[in-house]
Design a protein around this ligand. Structure first.
Ligand code: SF4
Ligand code: FES
Length: 249
C-alpha cells in the first residue's frame, strides 16, 4: 500500500506544532498501525531526521498507552480496538491519513503524538483503591457476590486508562474513566466501605486536573475501545451526591 501521512509534529509542550506530510510506500495491509509508523520512523532515522514520537507498550490492547487521533477518531476508524490493534487493511491504498495527539488541557503534549496522561494517575491516587484491612486471602466463595454484579464490576475494570473518552469529548470530560474506576470498586463488598469518600476525592481531583464537565453526548462511550457503559457515570453521580448529602447511599 502507498499512503500519505499527515502527522502532528511538536517539539515539546511549549512548541506551537504543525502538521507535516510524509509519503510512505510498501506498507503491508497486515501491518498494525504502530508497525506502519515504525517503518516510517526507520526511514526518517536513515535520512537523519527526527522520528515521530508516540507512546506504546503492550501492543495488544491492554496498557492503554497508544493514544492517537486517526482521521478524526480516537484509536482510528475501527470500533472496540486500540491503535495497536488497528491494522492497515482498515485503510485504502492511496489514502491520506491524518494522525494527531489527544487534545485536552489535562493531557499536555510531551512531543509529537505523545501526551502526558499522569492526570489520570493522580485521580487514581486520590481514592481509586481499597485501604481497609481485608485480612488474609479468604476461602473461595466466602463472600457470595451475585454473578450479574461480579460481571458488571469486571466490565468496569476493563478500562485501560487510555484517555480516548477524554479525547472524544467536546468538553474533555474524564467522567467515563473516573466512573469506571469508581464502579469497579464500589460494586463489590470490599470496596463499599469507602465508596462515598472515594467518589468525593476522585471527583475533586478530576476537577482540579482541568477535565471538563459531562453534558451527556455519549461520545466517550461510543469511542471507548473497551465499551465502558455510560451507566457507570450515573452510578458515580449517585455516589458523589450521596456523599455530599451525608447519606451512605
Ligand atoms: S473509559 Fe474507555 S476510553 Fe476512557 S480511559 Fe477507560 S478504556 Fe479508555
Ligand atoms: S500499546 Fe498497549 S494498548 Fe496499545
Amino acid at each position: 500500500m502507498k499512503l500519505t501521512l499527515k502527522i502532528w509534529r511538536q517539539k515539546n509542550t511549549n512548541d506551537k506544532g504543525a502538521f507535516k506530510t510524509y509519503d510512505i510506500d510498501g506498507v503491508s495491509p497486515d501491518m498494525s498501525f504502530l508497525e506502519m509508523i515504525d517503518v516510517l520512523n526507520e526511514q526518517l532515522i536513515e535520512k537523519d531526521e527526527d522520528p515521530v514520537h508516540f507512546d506504546h507498550d503492550c501492543r495488544e490492547g491492554i496498557c492503554g498507552m497508544c493514544s492517537m487521533y486517526i482521521n478524526g477518531e480516537p484509536h482510528g476508524p475501527l470500533k472496540g480496538v486500540t491503535t495497536c490493534q488497528l491494522h492497515m487493511r482498515s485503510f485504502s491504498d492511496g489514502e491520506t491519513i491524518t494522525i494527531e495527539p489527544w487534545r485536552a488541557k489535562a493531557f499536555p503534549v510531551v512531543k509529537d503524538l505523545a501526551v502526558d496522561r499522569s492526570a489520570f494517575d493522580r485521580v487514581i491516587q486520590a481514592g481509586g483503591y481499597v485501604s481497609v484491612n481485608t485480612g488474609g486471602t479468604p476461602d473461595a466463595n466466602e463472600i457470595p457476590i451475585p454473578k450479574s454484579v461480579a460481571d458488571e464490576a469486571f466490565d468496569a475494570a476493563t478500562c485501560i486508562g487510555c484517555g480516548a473518552c477524554v479525547a472524544a469529548c467536546k468538553n474533555a470530560s474524564a467522567m467515563l474513566f473516573v466512573s469506571a474506576k469508581i464502579s469497579q470498586l464500589s460494586m463489590l463488598p470490599q470496596g463499599q466501605v469507602e465508596k462515598s469518600e472515594r467518589a468525593e476525592k476522585m471527583v475533586a481531583q478530576m476537577d482540579a486536573e482541568g477535565f471538563g464537565a459531562c453534558t451527556n453526548t455519549g461520545a466517550c462511550s461510543a469511542e471507548c475501545p473497551k465499551g465502558i457503559d455510560l451507566k457507570n457515570i450515573a452510578r458515580m453521580n449517585r455516589e458523589y451526591l450521596g456523599s455530599k448529602m451525608g447519606s451512605s447511599n
